[in-house]
Design a protein around this ligand. Structure first.
Ligand code: IVH
Length: 694
């Protein structure tokens, strides 16, 4: 993979992953399996590992979960709620243990106790007790800040309102809120009878139940809680993970009965296999086994790497599988024309869910696996909706089967030519695109969906189905037409309210929602245009740089646009090229001009003035391992003090904070004669401004 291919694939994956994050964390309605998500994330991380310049503060690798939703109050976690690194096989577990020993300088023959316990498939929650009384319950949120769900959590029977026995003055008990299978089935039965939403799986049901604004609804939902870790705390009731969790039980919490202390790797894997064997009989969903270093003093020494502790890992179970027949391969056209093959399967039940579609990613994936129509295929899912094909059963292949021929033209009515675009080197990962751009009706519909989506124009009530319908009947075929819809409708012989399935109220609400978006922030507007490689982060960079859309547009249409746009901090050559190409297409200019006649693009806020802040004017790079802070924390602190934090060392850099393991960035800083501090030195700088640093 070349660097430019990496940039585009990284951006693509980032968009895809963010979309899935929203559906998982905010909508409680995931569309792909955990396994598929993990695979996408692994690829994303692998690209970052090979091209570290792609790692920015906005990288998904720096984030845990999703930002808290706005409907609940927010709670800042005094101790960050982090995530767990994953191990997918025994060699990952071996690497994990070796890493621990290396870090602690601990020879292989010295015993290292670990705990092993089920990884509960629910949502984590932090419960703060002061003087034994539950005072705040918060979801994980983005790890730094979660939602205040105290009133709802207080209704959960297995969460004590008051602790029993010997507890410290202050303790945040953390664990997992989940729903038992029997409770899940009963809830869905009731929901069905009332004509209410049916939940896809127990985890979504638990999340949906916890995030009710009315605690009475949560109280009526059967949620359970297992305590397994802690945050802010006074004196702890033990020196080991195992003993502290046992103490939780004495205070009145449910703890998982399968938790074990292990003295060796083999014991850990034995526990893993035993738990996996009993998995179906537990009565609740688990998706792996979590191993933790037992000795808390060692845990403290090991600390964290950006988003997860070095002393713990989740050893995932392999996903559930089933065999079925591939009936057809449909080609879906995406917003940018990318053609995605979708496998149409003979419906089959996997882990209790009926599956009829599977993703096939792209043409090369089909070739690589040599998947053919009529084949018996093994599919895999892990508690969710769109599964993937893991293998083809060649022994059962029909004698007359032929390799799948990818179409030469777009399946749209225009039958536009298809172009093949290399993403990976050596022809791997190439994407086929419809060359029609906005002439292709399929792309136009997808473009409209993107335009109205939550992170773009966010037009409430104008969902994918309605957009498809309005597009098909010609009501809305361009973004600008969204904003003329109500005026045209008022004059129309067949006004919308007469249409089947659209009540008076929903039509009025839709028009109001559209009206509410007539003024839009620059960065949203730009993101909504759907220019390739221009995601939310880039849109923000552009908006801040140019302030007004008119100024940006002039720059993008200028003769040397690519060169000048590439000068902007945060915009690389590929993005600059894509922006310039977009603004050199007459059809796009027309679309934008039409739009500007009906919406106002607000000027972008200039970044808050940091003049007079203690570190104003400083350009700082963090490199190597940090112990006391995560990268995110260090960065946030520096920014609060007025500094700018960047990822690569250049002549503009004024300070490099280098921890152990720093490599090329440290060397470059030395070569350029830039000031260098170790973490202790940086801590001193921060301490000097303690009052300000928050
Ligand atoms: S320990 C600092 N133990 O898994 C590490 N997490 O993928 C604290 N989870 O956010 C987490 N069961 O929601 C831990 N027995 C268990 C768990 C567990 C489920 C969840 C938790 C966490 C996520 C990370």
């Amino acid at each position: 993979m070349t660097e430019s291919e990496a940039v585009s694939e990284h951006a693509r994956l980032e968009g895809v992953l963010r979309g899935h994050d929203t559906r998982y964390f905010e909508d409680d309605a995931p569309e792909i399996s955990d396994g598929e998500y993990d695979a996408l994330k692994q690829r994303y991380l692998a690209i970052e590992a090979r091209f570290p310049a792609l790692v920015t503060a906005a990288s998904l690798s720096r984030r845990v979960g999703a930002a808290p939703s706005a409907k609940f109050g927010k709670v800042r976690h005094r101790v960050a709620m982090l995530s767990l690194d994953n191990a997918f096989d025994e060699s990952d577990v071996d690497d994990f243990l070796a890493r621990i020993r290396r870090f602690l300088d601990m020879p292989a023959d010295l015993p290292l106790n670990m705990t092993a316990e089920p990884k509960i498939d629910g949502l984590s929650c932090s419960l703060r007790y002061e003087k034994g009384r539950l005072v705040v319950a918060a979801t994980r949120g983005d790890g730094a800040e979660g939602e205040n769900v105290t009133a709802n959590v207080a209704t959960i029977a297995t969460v004590p309102a008051m602790l029993a026995g010997n507890y410290p003055d202050v303790i945040e008990v953390r664990g997992e809120i989940y729903m038992r299978h029997a409770d899940f089935a009963a809830l869905n039965q009731q929901q069905g009878e009332k004509g209410d939403k049916i939940f896809a799986n127990p985890r979504n049901a638990a999340a949906g139940s916890l995030r009710q604004l009315d605690p009475a609804i949560t109280a009526a939902r059967p949620l359970s809680f297992f305590a397994y870790s802690w945050g802010d705390h006074g004196s702890l009731p033990g020196d080991t993970q195992f003993d502290v969790v046992q103490a939780f039980a004495s205070w009145g919490f449910a703890i998982n009965p399968l938790m074990r202390r292990c003295a060796s790797r083999d014991e850990m894997l034995d526990v893993y296999r035993a738990i996996e064997r009993d998995r179906a009989r537990l009565g609740y969903d688990i998706d792996g086994v979590v191993y933790k270093v037992d000795d808390l003093a060692l845990q403290r020494q090991l600390g964290f790497v950006s988003r997860s502790p070095r002393w713990a890992i989740a050893h995932k179970f392999s996903a559930e599988k089933a065999a079925t027949i591939l009936r057809a391969i449909d080609i879906q056209v995406g917003r940018t024309g990318a053609l995605t093959p979708v496998a149409k399967l003979e419906p089959v039940t996997v882990g209790g869910v009926v599956v009829a579609n599977a993703t096939l990613h792209n043409e090369d994936e089909i070739k690589r696996k040599d998947v053919r129509i009529g084949d018996t295929v093994v599919i895999q899912r892990a508690g969710d909706v769109i599964p993937q094909i893991v293998s083809v059963d060649l022994a059962r292949r029909p004698a007359d089967s032929v390799p799948f021929a990818f179409p030469e033209t777009c399946p749209c009515p225009l039958k536009t030519a298809i172009v093949r675009e290399a993403v990976g080197s050596g022809g791997s990962g190439a994407i086929k695109r419809c060359s029609g751009e906005l002439a292709c009706p399929f792309q136009r519909v997808e473009h409209l969906k993107h335009f109205c989506s939550r992170r773009a124009f966010d037009i409430e009530g104008f969902g994918d189905k309605l957009i498809e319908r309005f597009f098909a009947d010609g009501r809305v075929t361009t973004p600008a037409e969204i904003f003329t819809l109500s005026a045209r409708d008022a004059a129309s012989v067949s006004p919308l309210r007469e249409e089947e399935g659209l009540g008076d109220l929903s039509v009025r609400n839709l028009f109001a929602a559209i009206e509410a978006r007539r003024e839009i922030a620059f960065e949203r507007f730009l993101y909504a245009l759907g220019i390739r490689h221009v995601g939310e982060t880039t849109a923000k960079v552009v908006a801040r740089h140019f302030g007004s859309f008119a100024a940006f547009r002039a720059a993008a249409m200028a003769e040397h646009a690519v060169a000048s746009l590439s000068q902007i901090d945060g915009i690389g050559p590929i993005v600059a090229e894509a922006i310039s190409a977009f603004f050199h297409q007459p059809a796009n200019i027309l679309m934008v001009d039409d739009l500007l006649r009906v919406v106002d693009v607000a000027e972008a806020q200039k970044p808050a003035s940091v003049d007079g802040a203690p570190l104003a004017g400083q350009v700082i790079v963090f490199t190597g391992e940090l112990v006391a802070f995560s990268r995110d924390e260090a960065r946030a602190k520096a920014e609060r003090l007025g500094a700018k934090v960047t990822d690569s060392v250049s002549k503009k850099t004024t300070l490099v904070v280098a921890g152990p393991g720093a490599g090329s960035k440290l060397k470059k800083a030395q070569d350029l004669g830039i000031a260098i501090l170790d973490e202790a030195g940086w801590l001193n700088v921060v301490k000097d401004h303690a009052g300000l640093s928050g």
